[in-house]
Design a protein around this ligand. Structure first.
Ligand code: GTP
Ligand code: MG
Length: 445
């Protein structure tokens, strides 16, 4: 195998149904190119083909295969990437015909993930996804292991693991699953103690590159990985955000996590249970949408489908339309139906009116525009039943350390045998407290 220097020179191949719209093909190819770049490759040519039915031997027609081979030979190409799923037979036939590595979109995505995984948990999840992907492909004589080396489609489970037989791989899968289950169990325990916590966990969810980490940085000040390449974030992070601009004392825990993509490989869903569980268990979801993307509506639907699949109730979701700073350059074709208009010289416009609706917020994470509205929306959605209370209760009746489990404690003092605290908590928790302990309670706000 040729040693690769610099980005791997790749050709993109995609087969479409003859009815597929050209605009859709364009979006898909652009995304494939970005995925390739995100995996460290470089696309030198694209060969889309409209055809039905797919060819049993090569997926695409023989004429096209020959055309690609000629081009590849003339341009020093060393990798062929297919948008479509390839059967084992097609994969083998194509590799033989081209005499070079052939990978499909799933493998490409797994490869990007492999380059991003840093935490032990992230690495385990990626390895599991890769093994789940490889298992059905190891039938019969299996994949040509000799083709493995440094480069796209070869990262992750090392050659030694791949050389091992199915039984060994199955054992490895079982072991990783066991380790990940332990992670999930530990998280559950942490979450149980957080559940009673009066501070909500708010998760940033959205299509890859929508701007989740940029918003995370804008709200928390944390240095996060931000990049125009896809899947920059893999490992979830959790940080505190103060809401004192809205009302003193209030705060939330913000979680940044991995993004989604259309037709997310099923192996990733299976492997990333621990990460997905974090999203499911959060109190609020901010669905970040890159409104400057011409394809944003279908991307929004893709993400919504994932949220539906995770059975996240609609009332937990706030739609956050990001990158409004780019709207002047690009006017959404459906501007009327969404009510999104380009902002002009900071005058209030159609889109700013929507910020009163807590279900739909417009922001620019890079320009830090609309962040206060976003915080207000979260506040209204989560803290509407909260109040500020002053409590005087005989000392010893209640353990002061147990209070932060159900209320945000602002001040605490002891005077003349009495515990005096000022707290923020929900009406429900206040009623529970009164019923259990009595005491002297004043609602301050
Ligand atoms: N113009 C503009 N660019 C933005 C804005 N927010 C994010 N970006 C850019 O969009 C790209 C992706 O941003 P990220 O914050 O990495 O996106 P992400 O959603 O975290 O992406 P993944 O972690 O890959 O899923 C970066 O190049 C950002 O600079 C915005 O409000 N306006
Ligand atoms: Mg990110």
């Amino acid at each position: 195998m040729k040693p690769t220097e610099g980005p791997e020179k790749s050709i993109l191949v995609a087969l479409f149904d003859p009815h597929t719209r050209d605009s859709e093909i364009k979006c898909i190819l652009e995304e494939m190119e970005l995925l390739t770049r995100s995996a460290g490759g470089e696309v030198v040519a694209m060969f889309p083909q409209k055809r039905r039915p797919p060819d049993a031997r090569y997926l695409i027609g023989l004429g096209k295969v020959e055309e690609i081979k000629n081009f590849a030979c003339a341009h020093d190409v060393n990798l062929i990437i297919f948008y479509n799923h390839l059967s084992n037979v097609q994969q083998r036939n194509l590799e033989k015909f081209f005499d070079m590595k052939v990978i499909d979109r799933t493998r490409l995505i797994l490869d990007v993930f492999a380059t991003r995984a840093r935490s032990l948990e992230g690495k385990l999840q990626v390895e599991l996804a890769q093994l789940l992907y490889l298992m059905p492909r190891l039938t019969g004589k299996g994949v040509e292991l000799s083709r493995l080396g440094g480069g796209i489609g070869t990262r992750g489970p090392g050659e030694t693991k791949l050389e091992a037989d199915r039984r060994t791989i199955n054992k490895r899968i079982a072991l990783i699953k066991q380790k990940l289950e332990k992670v999930i169990r530990n998280r559950d325990i942490q979450r149980q103690s957080r559940k009673a916590n009066p501070i909500p966990v708010v998760s940033l969810v959205g299509y890859t590159s929508a701007g989740k980490s940029t918003l995370f940085r804008a709200l928390t000040g944390e240095e996060t990985d931000i990049s125009p390449l896809l899947f920059s974030t893999l490992d979830p992070v959790l940080r505190r955000v103060e809401l004192s601009e809205i009302e003193e004392g209030y705060c939330l825990l913000l979680s940044d996590t991995v993004g989604f993509i259309r037709q997310m490989p099923k192996e990733l869903f299976q492997a990333f249970q621990a990460t997905l569980e974090e999203i499911v268990q959060s109190d609020l979801i901010l669905h970040i949408i890159d409104v400057s993307d011409p394809d944003y509506l279908s991307r929004k639907e893709e993400v919504q489908a994932v949220l539906d699949h995770l059975e996240i109730p609609a009332e937990k979701i706030i739609h956050v339309y990001n990158k409004i700073d780019l709207l002047e350059k690009y006017r959404a074709p459906d501007a009327e139906s969404t009510g999104i208009m380009a902002p002009t010289n900071n005058e209030p416009t159609e889109y700013t009116k929507h910020t009163e609706d807590t279900g739909k917020i417009f922001i620019s994470a890079t320009q830090k525009q609309g962040l206060l509205e976003l915080k207000k929306a979260i506040f209204v959605k989560y803290f509407s039943t909260y109040g500020r209370y002053r409590i005087r209760i005989p000392k010893g009746l209640i353990n002061p350390d147990s209070i932060p489990h159900w209320a945000i404690v602002l001040t605490k003092s002891f005077q003349e045998g009495m515990l005096q605290i000022e707290i923020l908590c929900s009406q429900e928790n206040m009623v529970k407290f009164k019923e259990k302990y009595g005491g002297y309670v004043v609602c301050v706000k």
